[in-house]
Design a protein around this ligand. Structure first.
Ligand SMILES: *Cc1c(COP(=O)(O)O)cnc(C)c1O
Length: 471
């Protein structure tokens, strides 16, 4: 399998060449040259597989530059009951008639990002050892991404993590999760500023190409193809649990921000997985809902980006969306570049409402969408608790709210559970008047010693800190 860029660069690249990279050199995102097709016979065979074996089968279709035995060992080491809490890894449970929840949040940091990041940690360690190289990951986080990256990379040979976060602005639970890590290769940098300041620092350091090259600076953000590919696997696992045979269709609702998670659903559907609808659920930051309703993609300014109670979906633009638009335009790199480079830079928007591809997006690609507000989240958390006695997190609540609006008789609807409620305890208490349960391994983490360096929002100082800690 070779990879190409959504902006027209067709230089054939292998998986391990793009594994450690972010954007393609022309500014586009990497995608496989084609989507491998999964036959009915293969689907039937996969239905019985344990999760790690299923992951190996799916990944094998996209990776042909790691020997099969090694890739299998990486999958076996990654997807264990010990790390993900259950034998099924991603168990599906019923919420109400026709509506199911797929648990993706029982990994080390209690959010679905562990599903991909844990694999990425093992792939990075493997590939860096093979090349005899090192990588220094520099990131910015307001919560889930940073902790998932740190728990995936802790103790890994050849990798260091320098993670900036806005000082004092993450929840006490999230701070404790990250700052209690004592691993020598994990560096927490609390920046006196807001999340945008952290992102600006990462950009400034990455734009210094000499520094970037000399100190082997890399990222693990959601545009990384390997993360998306890892997420494709759980759509298959969810489908098998919600259906009895390949003759049945299943729909998925996905709480969405940067369009990474639901883009993996799109890839699974393009491979031939019988998915009826892919329902994109947004919060008040409804860039994606607006597009699927109107055909207009309009990036928000930071002033127009709302701070909500489902903060991991508070985005101003959806950084993976370009991958879907590339497919929507019939994989036309020139048109994708015109939309995302020329038009977005010039006007902050583009309009596909007149295109026949957009008009049949629901029919051809299964995409529909909806939006949820703070009041919806509270009401949904309450109703699910009343019906089932179980608590759901705020992002998952956005998903359940929108899923209920798109139920089709006879087609099971699976909502992806993207985090556990304990991560967003304040809003759960607001909805239910009580705190969510805390998994035993997180008892008392707020009291643990913390390893964090507080620094001013100054890229030069952060660079010096990196230099001093790379040895
Ligand atoms: C990251 C995240 C999302 C959004 O996922 P995307 O892949 O960016 O669409 C939703 N919910 C939670 C809890 C997250 O951490």
């Amino acid at each position: 399998m070779n990879y190409l860029s959504t902006r027209g660069d067709k230089t054939p690249r292998k998986f391990c060449e793009i594994l450690l990279e972010g954007l393609a050199p022309d500014g586009g995102l990497y995608l496989p040259e084609h989507y491998p097709q999964v036959s009915a016979a293969t689907l039937s065979a996969w239905r019985r597989l344990p999760y790690a074996d299923l992951a190996f089968e799916v990944l094998s279709l996209y990776i042909d530059d790691i020997p099969a035995a090694d890739l299998k060992a990486i999958c076996q080491k990654t997807y264990t009951q010990e790390v993900f809490g259950t034998r099924e890894i991603v168990p599906v449970r019923q919420l109400e008639a026709g509506l199911y929840l797929q648990a993706l949040s029982n990994g080390p940091t209690l959010a679905f990002k562990d599903m991909a990041m844990q694999l990425l940690g093992n792939l990075f360690e493997y590939e860096l050892a093979r090349r005899g190289e090192e990588l220094n990951i520099l990131g910015a986080t307001s919560g889930d991404t940073g902790s998932a990256a740190e728990y995936a990379m802790r103790g890994k040979k050849g990798v260091r993590v320098f993670m900036t976060s806005p000082n004092g602005r993450m929840s006490p639970f999230q701070q404790a999760q990250m700052f209690s890590l004592m691993d020598e290769n994990i560096h927490n940098i609390a920046v006196d500023g807001v999340f945008d300041d952290c992102q600006d620092i990462v950009k400034a350091v990455s734009n210094d190409l000499d520094f970037k090259r000399q100190y082997k600076i890399g990222t693990v953000n959601s545009i990384n193809w390997a993360r998306l590919m890892a997420q494709v696997v759980y759509y298959f696992a969810g489908y098998f649990q919600a259906s009895a045979s390949n003759a049945e269709e299943v729909s998925f609702t996905v709480p969405s921000g940067n369009f990474g998670n639901v883009c993996a659903g799109h890839v699974a559907r393009m491979m031939g997985l019988p998915i009826a609808q892919l329902v994109v659920a947004t919060n008040e930051n409804d860039v994606l809902d607006e597009f699927f309703r109107t055909g207009v993609y309009r990036v928000r300014s930071s002033r127009d980006t709302h701070e909500t109670s489902s903060p991991s979906m508070d985005i101003s633009k959806a950084s993976n969306f370009e991958r879907f638009v590339f497919d929507l335009t019939g994989r036309d790199g020139a048109q994708t570049k015109a939309l995302f480079h020329d038009q977005l830079n010039a006007t902050g928007r583009f309009d596909l409402s007149a295109s026949s591809a957009f008009q049949s997006a629901a029919k051809i690609y299964g995409f529909v969408s909806g939006k949820s507000t703070h009041a919806d989240r509270l009401a949904t958390i309450k109703s699910v608790y009343k019906q089932t006695g179980s608590m759901i997190d705020t992002h998952t609540a956005d998903g359940v709210k929108v899923a209920r609006e798109h139920l089709q008789p006879g087609t099971p609807m699976v909502v992806l559970e993207t985090a556990l409620p304990i991560k967003f305890a304040e809003t759960i208490e607001e909805a239910l008047g009580q705190l969510p349960p805390r998994p035993a391994r997180f008892e008392g983490i707020e009291a643990l010693p913390k390893r964090v360096r507080v620094m001013p929002p100054d890229a030069a100082l952060i660079k010096r800190y990196i230099v001093e800690n790379v040895h």
